[in-house]
Design a protein around this ligand. Sequence first.
Ligand code: ATP
Length: 430
Amino acid sequence: MVPMPRPKRRGLAPRTIIRSDSQAGVGILPNPVKVHLSRASVVTLGRRQMRVLSPEATQTPPQAGGEVPVPQQARRLYSANVQDVIMGRFLVRGVLGTGSFGTVVRAEDKYTGTLVAIKVLHKDEDANCDAGKEVRLYRKLLAGCNRHMGLFAAVMGTGIHRGYECIIFEVCQGTLCDVISGRYDLNPLPARHVLEMSYQLVKGVEYLHSLGIVHADIKPDNIALKSCNTVTVSWLDPLTGFRKKEVLVCSEICILDLGLAVDMNNKGQTGAGRIGNRAYRAPEISFGLPWSYGIDSFAIGCVVSELYMANDLFPSTVSCDLEHLTLIDKIVGPFPEEYARSIELKCPGTFTLDPVAICFPPSGTSAPAAEHMDSMMRIEQACPLSGSILDVALHDLLRNLMHPDPSMRLTLEAASKHKYFDRLSRLELQ
Ligand SMILES: Nc1ncnc2c1ncn2[C@@H]1O[C@H](COP(=O)(O)OP(=O)(O)OP(=O)(O)O)[C@@H](O)[C@H]1O
């Protein structure tokens, strides 16, 4: 049976918490701005406006019979119709996903029968700027003709369809989000697959860094599987004995979506503004500080932890930056004292210093205590990463990838040489 696309695990809720750029540089928001989103709204994030889709606009509920439904007509979004022909050549077969910048459809080349993924970028001035950037970054990757290119979905061409900019990609099958959420019933992944996928992820993004590009949106939704083919094996569960289990035939992955990527060659090696998904966001971004390549290391640490645990690292119910930072402190912290002092100087009211801890709930907050109750319970129940990651070498790698202080965080070049990867024997990427 063809698995149905699931809504992204971390899709934005109808009432989503967003901080506008006016707060950048003055630290985190104690009381986040709550914005009621209509079906498709434009909000200011960082220095640009960005389309945010409400769940109704992004979810495509499964239909009986395995057919992929197409999204309803939405303003400025490409409305995919099965049998639509893109650029006079590609027959639309279904929708693979819809994101902030585009609708990605599976399509068949009517001349060769080849299946491709076409990202049809939303039609608005801002998104089209990003289209140009995304294409330029992919061209930069291609120009390198580097062997790491296999770790990115190959770009097969670009074009315009009914005024929408399109990028044609190699089609991949499913994402790590599907794997972690249990859609393919692959959990727990064999340790070997966690190792191989982690290594590819580290090497792929390390390659981006070597070109001066920060991906800035590493999350399980943006890592695809090259193939979802599985075999059934007999698996010895220490508690219940032998049972049948599905295992991927091949652990090859593919990094998607350079839509938010930042070319640091033009930026003096630091970026600014809020970027990426909170669940994978490095603390310096939430503090409103300049950030750099380390934000990808942090996000990769989160993704690898989730692959290993087959579960979220930070709960998707986290309601504000301060709660997220408190969880970082508890799960992969503590924040080093010197770093906390330097943040407190720049963003007063973020830390208490004796002992060092994030101020959560913020002192003097106007929100009634009841509003913080769920957050406090989540924080109390969170356990340090060492409680969940039993493999000592992997735990060490993750602690260093997710070091709360970016100046002490492992670079991906160093990560690729970490002792956890010593046990790789046959990966060609070495
Ligand atoms: N080459 C591909 N093969 C298969 N599925 C793909 C491919 N590219 C994208 N997708 C699917 O489409 C979804 C949206 O694509 P993408 O992330 O590029 O769009 P976006 O608008 O930039 O999204 P975001 O909001 O995450 O920035 C992905 O999460 C993935 O599920």
